[in-house]
Design a protein around this ligand. Structure first.
Ligand code: MIC
Ligand code: SF4
Length: 690
């Protein structure tokens, strides 16, 4: 018998069935126990409302941490009320709360709790950051976490395991871990990790510290992967020891004869600074190619069809203005560790941010912030004219730093989706923090490898990090104390909506037909206007599809004045619903009357969210049928009460076009039960009441 890879070892240790792990095939359901759950305020308010609706006294997972990091603007009572709700429900139900200011969920969790061999679920798509220290960390929707916290096992579709073999060494400081993941995105695109887990190995990993590995696993989310993971070795031990928690360390390596479904090779010494062009993290080229002004058509033809066709115009403007940039934002859960920002500080030292640039730096956690301050690096940053933002998501989720009209923004973040900056005419370019900082000084795109005068310092990972814990609120140990706590809910916090059982037939109108690669930001935008509504579905539903179709909600209301369920269908192209884990992109359309999505393919978390909320994620059997459906066609879906475990084929009658076509859905028995009841919430409630 052959050896096991790391993914198999972790799944085996958590599998609730006795079936040997090597007997599982791609797509088989596997049920595993969960060690840790994490939530953040933007998705967490719903997840905790759902947990409250399940109505059990306390969380049943060994460690649950509720982070507040996405919306901290508190422009009115709504945000403060959400925070109070999260704080009181965490205390009552036995979860740790991470207060605003403590830092970004993934950075703070990596520093304080993530550990080798654990399985962790998070209501955020960048939960795989924990893979940097050998956690199998998976981003899911709020209801999945709510039910896991209620003690349900987690169902995973058995993934493909892809080995990423790293050789060579990075050409630091201008080439960083960010370039490794951008390179993988360049090689495979945003669909390159569907149904897969990336397991890193090879001699090159010895050159990457745990936070650098976390940069890579974090942005693996952009490949559509289930998660990404590194082994746990001496470097993991060094990081955990430096964080004062050596006891969390254990060695976790793949067996020498482990099998993989695929192997990708990356030679670190051959990498150059990369950049992802607007509006997709998968559109990666070398920074040098922009500096050389390689014709835009040559660059764009490397990528599949573009959702937003304005990119040629946008980039044309960049070339016309001789590569001048408007803003540079360094931070986010991808690139805001101590090492990333220390290098940034050494580049900014004794320099001035160019007059045309507004530059912000966001330390990923309070402890990173303090460490920069203690070592005098903060002085170097502030002295250059860069602005410091509080530790949180900030501009990455459209909370501030919206660029000007037609603006060019350089960001060290993981996503540059259309309109995510808050400005539809702007474009965001993603790259590593060192290159971004150099660009901030020069005021325009330059090739960092040609830089002669600015000589950044290369830092080693410290043997000891600052490890204060004073912004965590631990729940009272005494059960009686917890019982006395009152959950406080302000007036903007609405109850959880519920769907109706699926029934046997659905007759619905196609209200929208989209192109490929629609993101959850397209379906439910983020930003300062909308984030305060995350705990209020009727209110947030007014923004469904706003970035791509301002009339959508008006049409939906006209069609569905009585606010019934399952009144319309959305037809999508490939990779529909890529991006964030926000279940609001499923719940809010459900509230307006969505019954099913029929697409060429649907991204994993969004597909699961649709089912969790009782809607049908269907895929065209023959993708050419996509061309035969138009907006306003009436479709009849029959036989919905005879969906079976595995793949079911549904015949759909297009009444308007007088033709039929087929769509498929691959369901587990649990998912069939969910759909039958109208979603996971009614299902678990009915189970608990029997
Ligand atoms: C994101 O990066 O898009 C978010 C905001 O962190 C989301 C979660 C959310 O929408 O609240 C994610 O990545 O899942
Ligand atoms: Fe926050 Fe951005 Fe990371 Fe999402 S991707 S968790 S918004 S920093």
């Amino acid at each position: 018998m052959s050896g096991k890879n790391i993914v198999q070892k972790i799944l085996e240790a958590h599998n609730i069935s006795k079936k040997p792990i090597t007997d599982y095939e791609l797509g088989d359901p596997i049920f595993v126990t969960i060690d840790q759950c994490i939530t953040q305020d933007a998705t967490g308010t719903m997840a905790w409302l759902e947990f409250e609706a399940i109505n059990i006294p306390e969380v049943k997972v060994p460690l649950v941490v509720s982070y507040i990091d996405h919306n901290m603007l508190q422009t009115d009572f709504r945000n403060a009320d959400d925070h109070l709700f999260l704080q009181t429900i965490a205390a009552k139900k036995g979860a740790i709360l991470s207060k605003p200011g403590n830092g970004i969920i993934h950075q703070v969790h990596l520093e304080n709790f993530a550990a080798p061999g654990k399985i962790m679920l998070g209501t955020d798509s960048h939960t795989p950051t924990g893979g940097g220290v050998g956690s199998l960390a998976i981003g899911v929707g709020g209801l999945v976490v709510a039910t896991a916290m209620a003690g349900e096992s987690f169902e995973l579709k058995y993934p493909k395991v892809i080995k990423v073999n790293l050789t060579g060494k990075l050409n630091r400081p201008w080439v960083t871990a960010m370039d490794v993941i951008l390179e993988l995105l360049k090689l495979r695109g945003v669909k390159g990790g569907l149904k897969s887990i990336f397991e890193y190995s090879g001699p090159g990993i010895k050159d990457l510290s745990a936070p650098e590995r976390a940069t890579i696993t974090n942005m693996g989310a952009e490949l559509g992967a289930t998660t990404s993971i590194f082994p746990s070795d001496e470097l993991t031990k060094h990081f955990l020891k430096a964080q004062d928690r050596e006891e969390d360390y254990s060695l976790l390596l793949a067996d020498d004869d482990a099998k993989y479904d695929e192997i990708v090779n990356i030679d670190l010494s051959k990498l150059e600074p990369n950049v992802a062009l607007p509006h997709s993290p998968g559109s990666v080229v070398k920074i040098r190619e922009l500096v050389e002004q390689v014709p835009i058509s040559d660059l764009l033809k490397r990528f599949p069809s573009k959702v937003h066709v304005d990119i040629t115009t946008h980039m044309g403007r960049l070339y016309e203005r001789n590569l001048a940039v408007d803003q540079v934002c360094v931070g986010s859960c991808t690139n805001a560790s101590y090492l990333a920002l220390a290098t940034t500080a050494s580049i900014l030292k004794d320099q001035t941010v160019a007059a045309n640039i507004s530059m912000t730096i966001t330390p990923g956690s309070k402890n990173v912030f303090m460490q920069l301050a203690q070592e005098g690096l903060l002085t170097d940053i502030i002295g250059s004219g860069a602005r410091i933002l509080e530790s949180g998501c900030g501009p990455c989720i459209g909370m501030g730093q919206t660029p000007p009209t037609n603006g060019i923004s350089v960001r060290t973040f993981n996503r540059n989706f259309y309109a995510r900056t808050g400005e539809k005419t702007a474009g965001a370019y993603l790259m590593n923090p060192a290159s971004a900082s150099l660009i901030a000084i020069k005021g325009k795109f330059v090739d960092p490898l040609k830089e002669k005068t600015i000589k950044p310092k290369i830092f080693d990972e410290p043997d000891k990090f600052i490890t204060t814990k004073n912004l965590f609120i631990y729940p009272p140990k005494d059960k009686k104390e917890r019982e006395k706590i009152e959950i406080i809910k302000g007036p903007n916090i609405a109850d959880c909506p519920i769907n109706e059982p699926l029934g046997h037939e659905m007759t619905s109108l196609v209200l929208l037909k989209t192109k490929d690669d629609i993101t959850t930001d397209d379906i439910m935008m983020a930003g300062a206007k909308v984030l305060p509504l995350r705990s209020n579905i009727p209110a947030i539903s007014q923004y469904v599809f706003n970035p791509i179709d301002e009339w959508f909600v008006i049409q939906a209301k006209k069609l569905n004045p009585e606010n019934k369920r399952r009144v319309f269908i959305v037809v999508g192209g490939n990779n529909y619903g890529q991006g964030s884990s926000r279940e609001h992109a499923a719940i809010a359309p459900m509230w307006l009357g969505l019954g099913a999505v029929i697409a060429k393919s649907i991204a994993r978390i969004h597909r699961d969210n649709l089912i969790q909320w009782g809607m049908l994620p269907l895929e065209f059997v023959d993708p050419k049928d996509y061309d035969e459906v138009t907006q306003e066609d009436t479709l009849v879906l029959k036989g919905l009460d005879s969906l079976k475990e595995g793949i079911s084929i549904i015949t759909i009658e297009n009444k308007t076009k007088k033709r039929t076509f087929k769509a498929k859905i691959n369901l587990s028995s649990k998912e069939i039960e969910m759909l039958g009841k109208g979603g996971a919430l009614p299902l678990i409630k009915s189970k608990l009441s029997t």
